[in-house]
Design a protein around this ligand. Sequence first.
Ligand code: C5P
Length: 410
Amino acid sequence: MQRLIGQRVLLGVTGSIAAYKTPALVRGLVAAGADVQVVLSAAAKRFVAPMALAAVSGHAVRDDLWDENAELNMGHIELARWADVLLIAPASADVLARLATGQADDLLTTIALATTAPVIVAPAMNHVMWAHPATEANMDTLIARGLTCIGPDVGALAERETGAGRMSEPTTIVAALEQQIAERETPDQPEPLAGRRVLITAGPTREALDPVRYLTNHSSGRMGYALAAAAAAAGAEVVLVSGATALAVPEGVARIDVESAADMHAAVMAEIATADVFIGAAAVADYRPADVAAHKIKKSEGDAEIRLVRTRDIIADVSERYPQVFTLGFAAETTNMEAAARDKRTRKGLSMIAGNVVGPNDAFGREDNALFVVDAAGERYYERDSKTALAKRLVAELAQRLAERHTASI
Ligand code: C5P
């Protein structure tokens, strides 16, 4: 399907080895119906031949802000206005830094500043550069400004290393662009979860020590509530089993309030039989006090000890007893997040898992988050974004997996 017909794509290519894939990217864009003009950074020319890009795009390639002939033909401001979308692929760490600070010292960054078209970047760099706090801060700035990021993917990198930093494949980039344009043109989305029942846990649990004290955690419930809102907006019938939070019930969602992990387990088991999807976004206590004192525990001179016993794992029980239910779990980790997420998905038998880093400055209580998503289709990172946006993306993916399952079974 030619879903980019009539779309004018300005492709900025910057200095990364992944630039060698850009002739294939241009071909893909042109095959989808787009009109493509290419702007190269100075470093990009070391990795890809301008002639090759001119041949596949059908336009002369631009690389110089001071090229009088080219400027007479179409000035850089005209080029910025011409674009329906500015796609920068590969986007090097350097260009991300320059975009974040609003520099305009070459043709591409000048166009980026002069255009009102949406900007999409497909980063490509060494994994240590991608994980560097400077790059992270630049990406946070750019995303907060409304820029969209595709990838990077996890895999083998040019330096014989492995990690997150590979530019997404040209076909993935074309598909992401098509999706973005389709969304822009049809803002009234169909309801991909219509007729589905989604059960979600959210928030912390409270494990009583006595009538006035309990053990709990910092979970705000925001991710679970955002998922409930996104699933309801996607047409699902949503039941939210929630620990104590300060959040309002999203529109169209039925909430069941619970306190302890045992209460949450019981509420989930009472609702799960008719569910199509179970999302475990709650931060469920792994342990509870072995004994709950009937009266407030009095202090005494010496120290005290609390004996803790394990609670039941709700999501693992769901996936074992109801294998037909699509299960999405979370892995909130302070260290080795990716490995822990993969391991949890296998151990608990989950359809999909979303890993995230938690700590004093991450995740809990914050409005935004970044995710590492693993399912049967593979692994990918969701860039730092609002929990609302991340929830929408997770729900869209999950709806797609359900639809694929349905198609596969008929
Ligand atoms: O093992 P861990 O607690 O890190 O696993 C996190 C995932 O498992 C989350 O999706 C959480 O909601 C779910 N979970 C659960 N019941 C428990 C513990 C965790 O459903 N008792």
